[in-house]
Design a protein around this ligand. Structure first.
Ligand SMILES: [Fe+2]
Length: 310
């Protein structure tokens, strides 16, 4: 990150001790909650934003895109012509996303091509590179705090013959639903020892070190919320005290009820830009004579921010 973008992030993310995500700040929370629900009434989650000939959001759509992010934390888009990876990255930059995460399966440009890989490919061990379903998670929940994934973007080059849809659940709505019902459980979810991800060891080599962290964390300036979560039962160790377990049960219950969930099945030329919302993927099947499902994915340390051009 260069100095100027750091400055912009700092000034935007400055709630000056009035974060709505601090339990003691009840007035701020109620004001934020009303605003959030009002934005959601105004902005349908399934709105698809049309890109222009250059593969960017037209300036006339930027204000709506900002509202869409405040309402849902994700924006769906549709390109008039296929985007290559360079255009995909340029679109993401328009959304304020530039600091790309590097994950081991990514291509040289740090974009990951999600497709079913051959069984002798090392990545075949990981579900994203298979055609299996992925249950609720946020991206990079195993990353250390200094490499926290604030946002990611997907672009569909080819959809599968069958299946392959995504489910999305705005993590701020998860917070809201818990705070409305059992606010005391948020302390457990914000505990820095809440989740532990054991190290990833392959052939006696540590691919990723042990990580420990909270489910919900407040951004340094206090204005936004980060969530780390996976519903995978394996390779994750949760705190076992009663309150932590009750908090986890409530998260699971809210996900099962799915009141704030959205279902999206990207078609070729469509994509998602989001603030690392909870999401999952249906299993899918590629068919002979049909292009293999291929999704580009880019993960970022920045949050989404649609600025006016110029
Ligand atoms: Fe994911």
């Amino acid at each position: 990150m260069n100095a100027s973008s750091e400055h912009i992030t700092d000034t935007l993310d400055d709630c000056a001790g009035h974060s709505p995500f601090v339990l003691q700040n009840e007035g701020e929370y109620q004001a934020w909650r009303l605003r959030k629900l009002e934005y959601r009434r105004r902005m349908p989650a399934d709105r698809v934003f049309e890109l222009d000939q250059d593969g960017l959001l037209p300036e006339s759509s930027l204000a709506a895109a900002r509202l869409q992010i405040q309402a849902h934390n994700f924006v769906l888009f549709q390109s008039v012509q296929p985007l290559d990876k360079a255009r995909f990255l340029a679109l993401n930059r328009q959304a304020g996303l530039s600091r790309l995460d590097q994950n081991p399966g990514a291509d040289e440009d740090r974009v990951t091509s999600l497709r079913v890989v051959a069984s002798n490919d090392d990545r075949a061990l990981y579900i994203p590179y298979t055609n299996r379903a992925m249950n609720w998670h946020t991206d990079g929940y195993y990353n250390p705090a200094e490499r926290a994934i604030n946002a990611f973007a997907l672009y569909c080059v080819h959809q599968a013959h069958r299946g392959g849809g995504n489910t999305l659940f705005d993590h701020e709505m998860m917070y809201l639903m818990i705070r409305d019902r059992e606010p005391e459980l948020l302390d457990a979810l914000m505990d820095p020892d809440m989740m532990q991800v054991p190290p990833n060891v392959q052939d006696n080599r540590i691919v990723r070190a042990r990580e420990t962290g909270p489910v919900f964390a407040i951004s340094p300036g206090g204005c936004s919320l980060l969530m780390r979560y996976t519903s995978r039962p394996r390779h994750i160790v949760w705190k076992t005290d009663r309150r932590s377990q009750r908090a986890l049960d409530l998260v699971r219950e809210i996900l099962v009820r799915g009141e704030a969930a959205a279902e999206v099945r990207l078609e070729a030329g469509q994509g998602i830009i989001c603030n690392n919302v909870l999401h999952g993927r249906q299993a899918f099947h590629d068919a002979d004579g049909h292009p293999q499902r291929l999704i580009y994915r880019a993960r970022y340390y920045d949050p989404v921010r649609f600025d006016d051009a110029g």
